[in-house]
Design a protein around this ligand. Structure first.
Ligand code: ADP
Length: 267
Protein backbone atom coordinates (compact mmCIF):
# COMPACT_ATOMS: atom_id res chain seq x y z
CA UNK A 1 0.00 0.00 0.00
CA UNK A 2 3.03 2.25 0.17
CA UNK A 3 2.42 3.96 -3.20
CA UNK A 4 -1.33 3.98 -3.02
CA UNK A 5 -3.57 6.72 -1.88
CA UNK A 6 -6.78 5.61 -0.30
CA UNK A 7 -9.74 7.82 0.38
CA UNK A 8 -11.64 6.64 3.43
CA UNK A 9 -15.05 7.95 4.27
CA UNK A 10 -17.11 7.09 7.33
CA UNK A 11 -20.82 7.55 6.80
CA UNK A 12 -23.27 7.37 9.71
CA UNK A 13 -25.92 4.75 9.11
CA UNK A 14 -29.18 4.23 10.98
CA UNK A 15 -27.91 6.39 13.85
CA UNK A 16 -25.80 3.67 15.35
CA UNK A 17 -23.79 1.74 12.88
CA UNK A 18 -21.38 3.24 10.44
CA UNK A 19 -20.31 2.25 6.95
CA UNK A 20 -16.71 2.58 5.94
CA UNK A 21 -16.32 3.55 2.30
CA UNK A 22 -12.88 3.28 0.82
CA UNK A 23 -11.85 4.36 -2.59
CA UNK A 24 -8.52 3.85 -4.27
CA UNK A 25 -7.61 7.20 -5.76
CA UNK A 26 -4.34 6.02 -7.26
CA UNK A 27 -5.82 4.70 -10.51
CA UNK A 28 -8.19 7.63 -11.09
CA UNK A 29 -5.37 10.07 -10.39
CA UNK A 30 -3.14 8.30 -12.88
CA UNK A 31 -5.87 8.45 -15.54
CA UNK A 32 -6.50 12.13 -14.79
CA UNK A 33 -2.77 12.83 -15.11
CA UNK A 34 -2.62 11.00 -18.45
CA UNK A 35 -5.59 13.00 -19.70
CA UNK A 36 -3.96 16.27 -18.65
CA UNK A 37 -0.68 15.28 -20.30
CA UNK A 38 -2.49 14.32 -23.48
CA UNK A 39 -4.33 17.64 -23.70
CA UNK A 40 -1.15 19.58 -22.94
CA UNK A 41 0.84 17.67 -25.59
CA UNK A 42 -1.89 17.87 -28.21
CA UNK A 43 -2.36 21.61 -27.66
CA UNK A 44 1.37 22.16 -27.93
CA UNK A 45 1.55 20.11 -31.16
CA UNK A 46 -1.32 22.09 -32.69
CA UNK A 47 -0.02 25.45 -31.57
CA UNK A 48 3.22 25.23 -33.53
CA UNK A 49 1.66 24.82 -37.02
CA UNK A 50 -1.04 27.37 -36.17
CA UNK A 51 1.64 29.92 -35.26
CA UNK A 52 3.36 29.35 -38.61
CA UNK A 53 0.11 29.70 -40.58
CA UNK A 54 -0.94 32.82 -38.69
CA UNK A 55 2.51 34.32 -39.24
CA UNK A 56 2.25 33.91 -43.02
CA UNK A 57 -1.32 35.23 -43.04
CA UNK A 58 -0.12 38.34 -41.25
CA UNK A 59 2.64 38.81 -43.82
CA UNK A 60 0.10 38.38 -46.64
CA UNK A 61 -2.07 41.09 -45.08
CA UNK A 62 0.77 43.50 -44.32
CA UNK A 63 2.64 43.08 -47.61
CA UNK A 64 0.05 42.76 -50.40
CA UNK A 65 2.62 43.33 -53.15
CA UNK A 66 4.89 40.35 -52.48
CA UNK A 67 6.22 38.71 -55.65
CA UNK A 68 4.56 35.56 -56.94
CA UNK A 69 7.47 33.23 -56.06
CA UNK A 70 7.57 34.31 -52.41
CA UNK A 71 3.79 34.10 -52.18
CA UNK A 72 3.82 30.55 -53.62
CA UNK A 73 6.51 29.47 -51.21
CA UNK A 74 4.49 30.85 -48.26
CA UNK A 75 1.41 29.02 -49.51
CA UNK A 76 3.39 25.78 -49.73
CA UNK A 77 4.66 26.18 -46.18
CA UNK A 78 1.15 26.90 -44.91
CA UNK A 79 -0.21 23.83 -46.73
CA UNK A 80 2.50 21.68 -45.08
CA UNK A 81 1.50 22.92 -41.64
CA UNK A 82 -2.18 22.40 -42.47
CA UNK A 83 -1.39 18.79 -43.43
CA UNK A 84 0.47 18.35 -40.15
CA UNK A 85 -2.55 19.51 -38.16
CA UNK A 86 -4.82 17.25 -40.20
CA UNK A 87 -2.62 14.19 -39.55
CA UNK A 88 -2.58 14.98 -35.86
CA UNK A 89 -6.34 15.45 -35.56
CA UNK A 90 -6.98 12.25 -37.54
CA UNK A 91 -4.61 10.26 -35.33
CA UNK A 92 -6.21 11.70 -32.19
CA UNK A 93 -9.67 10.69 -33.45
CA UNK A 94 -8.42 7.19 -34.32
CA UNK A 95 -6.92 6.78 -30.83
CA UNK A 96 -10.09 8.01 -29.14
CA UNK A 97 -12.20 5.55 -31.15
CA UNK A 98 -9.82 2.69 -30.35
CA UNK A 99 -10.00 3.44 -26.63
CA UNK A 100 -13.76 3.75 -26.58
CA UNK A 101 -15.91 0.76 -25.63
CA UNK A 102 -18.63 2.26 -27.80
CA UNK A 103 -16.71 1.22 -30.90
CA UNK A 104 -16.19 -2.49 -30.43
CA UNK A 105 -14.02 -4.40 -32.87
CA UNK A 106 -16.07 -6.06 -35.60
CA UNK A 107 -14.04 -9.09 -36.57
CA UNK A 108 -14.27 -10.05 -40.22
CA UNK A 109 -12.27 -12.01 -42.73
CA UNK A 110 -9.05 -10.04 -43.34
CA UNK A 111 -7.68 -10.64 -46.85
CA UNK A 112 -4.09 -10.28 -45.65
CA UNK A 113 -2.33 -10.54 -49.03
CA UNK A 114 -4.30 -7.71 -50.66
CA UNK A 115 -4.19 -5.59 -47.50
CA UNK A 116 -0.40 -5.86 -47.31
CA UNK A 117 -0.03 -5.25 -51.05
CA UNK A 118 -1.94 -1.99 -50.57
CA UNK A 119 0.37 -1.07 -47.69
CA UNK A 120 3.44 -1.93 -49.77
CA UNK A 121 2.24 0.41 -52.53
CA UNK A 122 1.70 3.21 -50.00
CA UNK A 123 5.21 2.61 -48.66
CA UNK A 124 6.62 2.83 -52.21
CA UNK A 125 4.85 6.15 -52.67
CA UNK A 126 6.22 7.48 -49.36
CA UNK A 127 9.72 6.26 -50.17
CA UNK A 128 9.62 7.59 -53.77
CA UNK A 129 12.30 5.15 -54.85
CA UNK A 130 14.72 5.85 -51.99
CA UNK A 131 14.45 2.34 -50.51
CA UNK A 132 14.22 -1.27 -51.64
CA UNK A 133 10.90 -2.58 -50.31
CA UNK A 134 9.92 -6.26 -50.37
CA UNK A 135 6.73 -8.07 -49.37
CA UNK A 136 6.41 -11.78 -48.65
CA UNK A 137 3.04 -13.30 -47.71
CA UNK A 138 3.19 -16.92 -46.60
CA UNK A 139 0.73 -17.02 -43.71
CA UNK A 140 -3.04 -17.63 -43.77
CA UNK A 141 -5.82 -15.06 -43.55
CA UNK A 142 -7.11 -14.14 -40.10
CA UNK A 143 -10.22 -12.79 -38.39
CA UNK A 144 -9.83 -9.20 -37.30
CA UNK A 145 -10.75 -5.57 -37.79
CA UNK A 146 -9.69 -4.67 -41.34
CA UNK A 147 -9.52 -0.89 -40.88
CA UNK A 148 -7.75 -1.24 -37.54
CA UNK A 149 -5.14 -3.65 -38.91
CA UNK A 150 -4.61 -1.48 -41.99
CA UNK A 151 -3.87 1.39 -39.65
CA UNK A 152 -1.51 -0.65 -37.40
CA UNK A 153 0.44 -2.30 -40.23
CA UNK A 154 0.47 0.96 -42.18
CA UNK A 155 1.97 2.82 -39.22
CA UNK A 156 4.69 0.22 -38.66
CA UNK A 157 5.63 0.17 -42.35
CA UNK A 158 5.59 3.93 -42.75
CA UNK A 159 7.81 4.23 -39.67
CA UNK A 160 10.28 1.82 -41.28
CA UNK A 161 10.39 4.08 -44.36
CA UNK A 162 10.59 7.31 -42.36
CA UNK A 163 13.39 6.14 -40.07
CA UNK A 164 15.52 4.50 -42.76
CA UNK A 165 17.99 6.58 -44.74
CA UNK A 166 18.20 6.46 -48.50
CA UNK A 167 19.25 3.14 -50.12
CA UNK A 168 18.06 1.16 -47.08
CA UNK A 169 16.00 -2.04 -47.19
CA UNK A 170 12.56 -2.67 -45.81
CA UNK A 171 11.12 -6.19 -45.66
CA UNK A 172 7.48 -6.83 -44.88
CA UNK A 173 6.65 -10.43 -43.96
CA UNK A 174 3.42 -12.27 -43.14
CA UNK A 175 4.02 -15.81 -41.92
CA UNK A 176 2.95 -18.58 -39.60
CA UNK A 177 5.42 -18.94 -36.74
CA UNK A 178 4.93 -21.95 -34.45
CA UNK A 179 1.24 -21.98 -35.37
CA UNK A 180 0.75 -18.26 -34.70
CA UNK A 181 0.20 -15.69 -37.47
CA UNK A 182 2.97 -13.13 -37.46
CA UNK A 183 3.49 -9.74 -39.12
CA UNK A 184 7.04 -8.51 -39.29
CA UNK A 185 8.64 -5.37 -40.65
CA UNK A 186 12.40 -5.21 -40.75
CA UNK A 187 14.37 -2.12 -41.72
CA UNK A 188 18.01 -1.14 -42.05
CA UNK A 189 17.34 2.26 -40.53
CA UNK A 190 18.63 4.44 -37.74
CA UNK A 191 17.61 1.97 -35.01
CA UNK A 192 16.54 2.75 -31.46
CA UNK A 193 18.66 2.76 -28.32
CA UNK A 194 17.48 0.18 -25.74
CA UNK A 195 16.48 2.76 -23.11
CA UNK A 196 13.79 4.18 -25.43
CA UNK A 197 12.16 0.94 -26.47
CA UNK A 198 9.83 0.43 -23.49
CA UNK A 199 8.34 3.92 -23.92
CA UNK A 200 7.82 3.98 -27.70
CA UNK A 201 4.10 3.16 -27.59
CA UNK A 202 3.35 6.07 -25.24
CA UNK A 203 1.44 8.89 -26.85
CA UNK A 204 3.72 11.61 -28.19
CA UNK A 205 6.88 9.79 -27.13
CA UNK A 206 9.60 10.31 -29.73
CA UNK A 207 13.30 9.62 -29.70
CA UNK A 208 13.97 12.61 -31.92
CA UNK A 209 11.21 15.20 -32.21
CA UNK A 210 12.86 17.03 -35.10
CA UNK A 211 13.15 13.96 -37.28
CA UNK A 212 9.62 12.82 -36.47
CA UNK A 213 8.18 16.22 -37.50
CA UNK A 214 10.32 16.47 -40.61
CA UNK A 215 8.76 13.25 -41.84
CA UNK A 216 5.16 14.23 -40.97
CA UNK A 217 5.13 12.22 -37.72
CA UNK A 218 2.46 12.90 -35.11
CA UNK A 219 4.04 10.88 -32.28
CA UNK A 220 0.82 8.85 -32.04
CA UNK A 221 1.53 6.06 -34.56
CA UNK A 222 2.81 3.44 -32.14
CA UNK A 223 0.13 4.33 -29.55
CA UNK A 224 -2.43 3.51 -32.26
CA UNK A 225 -0.57 0.28 -33.04
CA UNK A 226 -0.63 -0.69 -29.36
CA UNK A 227 -4.39 -0.21 -29.08
CA UNK A 228 -5.15 -2.10 -32.29
CA UNK A 229 -3.01 -5.01 -31.09
CA UNK A 230 -4.67 -5.00 -27.65
CA UNK A 231 -8.00 -5.41 -29.40
CA UNK A 232 -6.68 -8.51 -31.16
CA UNK A 233 -4.85 -9.97 -28.14
CA UNK A 234 -1.71 -9.63 -30.24
CA UNK A 235 1.77 -8.93 -28.91
CA UNK A 236 4.34 -6.47 -30.26
CA UNK A 237 8.05 -7.10 -29.89
CA UNK A 238 10.77 -4.69 -30.93
CA UNK A 239 14.35 -5.59 -31.66
CA UNK A 240 16.70 -2.84 -32.64
CA UNK A 241 20.36 -2.04 -33.03
CA UNK A 242 21.30 1.66 -33.28
CA UNK A 243 22.59 2.55 -36.76
CA UNK A 244 21.82 -0.96 -38.02
CA UNK A 245 18.04 -1.21 -38.02
CA UNK A 246 14.91 -2.42 -36.31
CA UNK A 247 12.46 -5.29 -36.50
CA UNK A 248 8.90 -4.85 -35.27
CA UNK A 249 7.13 -8.20 -34.87
CA UNK A 250 3.42 -8.66 -34.16
CA UNK A 251 2.28 -12.11 -33.05
CA UNK A 252 -1.43 -12.87 -33.20
CA UNK A 253 -3.19 -15.65 -31.28
CA UNK A 254 -3.43 -18.88 -33.32
CA UNK A 255 -7.21 -18.88 -32.84
CA UNK A 256 -7.56 -15.95 -35.27
CA UNK A 257 -6.38 -18.09 -38.21
CA UNK A 258 -9.05 -18.79 -40.81
CA UNK A 259 -8.30 -22.28 -42.09
CA UNK A 260 -8.73 -23.09 -45.75
CA UNK A 261 -11.82 -25.24 -45.03
CA UNK A 262 -13.59 -22.26 -43.48
CA UNK A 263 -12.49 -20.07 -46.37
CA UNK A 264 -13.92 -22.50 -48.94
CA UNK A 265 -17.22 -22.67 -47.02
CA UNK A 266 -17.44 -18.89 -46.90
CA UNK A 267 -16.78 -18.54 -50.65
P1 ADP B 1 6.17 9.31 -34.96
O1 ADP B 1 5.00 9.93 -35.60
O2 ADP B 1 7.04 10.28 -34.23
O3 ADP B 1 6.94 8.43 -35.90
P2 ADP B 1 5.42 6.85 -33.58
O4 ADP B 1 4.52 6.67 -32.40
O5 ADP B 1 5.06 6.15 -34.84
O6 ADP B 1 5.56 8.42 -33.78
O7 ADP B 1 6.88 6.39 -33.15
C1 ADP B 1 7.44 6.86 -31.93
C2 ADP B 1 8.94 7.03 -32.05
O8 ADP B 1 9.56 5.74 -32.18
C3 ADP B 1 9.39 7.80 -33.28
O9 ADP B 1 9.36 9.20 -33.07
C4 ADP B 1 10.83 7.26 -33.47
O10 ADP B 1 11.70 7.96 -32.62
C5 ADP B 1 10.72 5.82 -32.98
N1 ADP B 1 10.56 4.83 -34.09
C6 ADP B 1 9.43 4.25 -34.51
N2 ADP B 1 9.65 3.37 -35.51
C7 ADP B 1 10.97 3.39 -35.73
C8 ADP B 1 11.87 2.70 -36.63
N3 ADP B 1 11.40 1.79 -37.52
N4 ADP B 1 13.18 2.98 -36.57
C9 ADP B 1 13.68 3.89 -35.69
N5 ADP B 1 12.90 4.57 -34.81
C10 ADP B 1 11.57 4.33 -34.83
Amino acid sequence: LRDRKLIVQIIPFENRRQILVTHDATESERIEMMRRDFIANASHELRTPLTVINGFLEIAGAQPNLDVQTRLSHLRLMAEQGKRMQNLVEDMLTLTRLESVEYPLRPEHVPVASLLEQIRQEAEALSSGRHAISLSVEGPDIQGGIDELRSAFGNLVSNAVRYTPEHGRIDIVWRLHEGAPQFLVRDTGIGIRPEHIARLTERFYRVDKGRSRETQGTGLGLAIVKHVLLRHDAVLSIESVPDKGSTFTVTFPARLVIDSGMRAAAA
